[in-house]
Design a protein around this ligand. Structure first.
Ligand code: HEM
Length: 415
């Protein structure tokens, strides 16, 4: 038999990774990519960064950025910084520093902690109605209700409007995937969703400026940092970023978390016996199956990475979910071990929340929500059974999550 063509092997591995067919388990593709080398060339004019160390290097070096201000982003050609005024997740310093600085003033640990009672109430209510039903959809009936209630409360957005957000958020999530993978309708859907979201927040921001309340939008609208204020468009786009970032990721992480524990009853039982492990178990679950699978960066200056020189403007895709399964950093990486992050010596960091200047602004809130949902489930449900052995995933690649997950809560203890 002829030896396999190395170029074809690389192409097949990359295509497998981006194939919707592998959405239910993309991890073998990430291992295959890593085995090809630290950098893998793709047909999309970007290199994949496959190993944990190199992913950390890129994420923590601000000389790798997004390039919209410098006009050098090959990821979304034609998009410049003016098109993303408040979306600081896609900006470089100094614009990123300014906007993140203004928003993080309102995003303090104390402000997040104040949301605890609301998260607890919402989780209790969702679990109680799940217990009352013979079976329920974990994604729609529990995973989605907690983050949307919390982010609406935080921003001061009427919760009744949330069905409108679902369509917009889905279109934006799909729109994060590489453009060559999207069909025309999806590209148009992204534009329509972005415009609808901006219009929604344009009206809400105007209302809050006229009648400020105790919410984050009012706070951001009136923020004045030595004369620096947010413009209308910046404020609208920050609202979109927070609603999108605070909702889509957490819904999918909740789904991934319950599915992983449903498939690993020994680990679930261990958490039942040792609820003190829940906070570090959340880290392991974020490592094991995070919702954000890729992010990207472009060299803002000439850079050297993993033995290759990258010229200014060359781009990389960082395999966040693959780095979290790098066996050189996490022994036996495909094993879910809820004690992995609980030992006395600090475990290497997972990259589920990113790293460096773009490290997730909502990480503390996300942890709070995940811990409370898990605690509430364990407290009330004597056992739970995942009824879909091969559940369906959404079509999105960059943010990966379940379409639905039928679950039965078996019996109850304290409820
Ligand atoms: C950034 C993951 C929840 C708001 C990020 C990044 C990741 C991430 C990987 C960095 C992206 C990059 O470097 O390109 C997650 C996960 C979550 C979650 C896994 C839940 C499990 C949240 C929540 C909020 C939020 C609840 C807000 C309420 C943000 C914002 C950024 C961000 C504003 C941009 C930070 C910056 O560019 O400075 N998130 N996130 N996220 N996240 Fe999250």
């Amino acid at each position: 038999m002829p030896a396999p063509d190395p170029a074809q092997t690389v192409l097949d591995t990359v295509l497998d990774m981006f194939s919707l067919e592998n959405r239910n388990d993309p991890y073998p593709c990430y291992h295959a990519a890593r085995e090809l080398g630290p950098l893998v060339a793709t047909p999309f004019d970007v290199h994949l960064v496959t190993g944990h160390d190199d992913c950390m290097t890129v994420l923590s070096d601000p000389r790798w950025g997004h390039g919209y201000s410098a006009g050098i982003s090959p990821i979304r050609p034609g998009v410049v910084a003016e098109n993303i005024p408040g979306s600081f997740i896609r900006m470089d310093p100094p614009d990123h520093t300014r906007l993140r600085g203004l928003v993080s003033k309102a995003f303090t640990p104390r402000a997040m902690e104040r949301l605890r009672p609301l998260v607890e109430r919402t989780a209790e209510r969702a679990v109680a109605s799940a217990l009352a039903a013979a079976e329920f959809d974990l994604v729609a009936d529990l995973a989605a209700t907690v983050p949307i209630t919390v982010i609406c409360e935080l921003l001061g957005v009427p919760i009744e409007d949330h069905p409108r957000f679902d369509t917009w958020v889905r279109a934006l999530a799909r729109g994060l995937d590489p453009d060559p993978l999207l069909v025309e309708d999806e590209l148009r859907g992204r534009e329509i969703a972005a415009a609808a979201f901006s219009e929604y927040f344009r009206e809400l921001v105007a209302e809050r400026r006229a009648r400020p309340g105790p919410d984050l939008i009012s706070q951001l609208a009136t923020i004045d940092d030595a004369g620096d204020r947010l413009t209308e468009t910046e404020l609208q786009d920050i609202c979109v970023l927070l609603l999108f970032g605070g909702y889509e990721t957490t819904v999918h992480m909740t789904g991934n978390m319950v599915l992983a524990l449903g498939r690993h009853p020994d680990q679930l039982n261990l958490l039942r016996e040792r609820p003190d492990l829940i906070p570090s178990a959340v880290d392991e679950l974020l490592r094991f199956d995070p919702p954000v699978h890729f992010t990207n960066r472009v060299a803002l200056q000439d850079r050297h990475l993993a033995g290759r020189d990258f010229g200014r403007g060359e781009a990389v895709v960082i395999l966040v979910a693959g780095a979290n399964r790098d066996p050189r950093v996490f022994p036996d990486p495909d094993r879910l071990d809820v004690t992995r992050f609980a030992g006395p010596t600090p475990a290497p960091r997972h990259l589920a929340f990113g790293l460096g200047i773009h490290f997730c602004l909502g990480a503390q809130l996300a942890r709070l929500e995940l811990e409370i949902v898990l605690t509430t489930l364990l407290r009330h449900a004597h056992a739970f059974a995942v009824l879909d052995p091969e559940p369906t995933y959404r079509e999105t690649l960059t943010i990966r999550g379940l379409q639905s997950l039928r679950v039965r809560l078996e019996g109850s203890r304290a409820s």
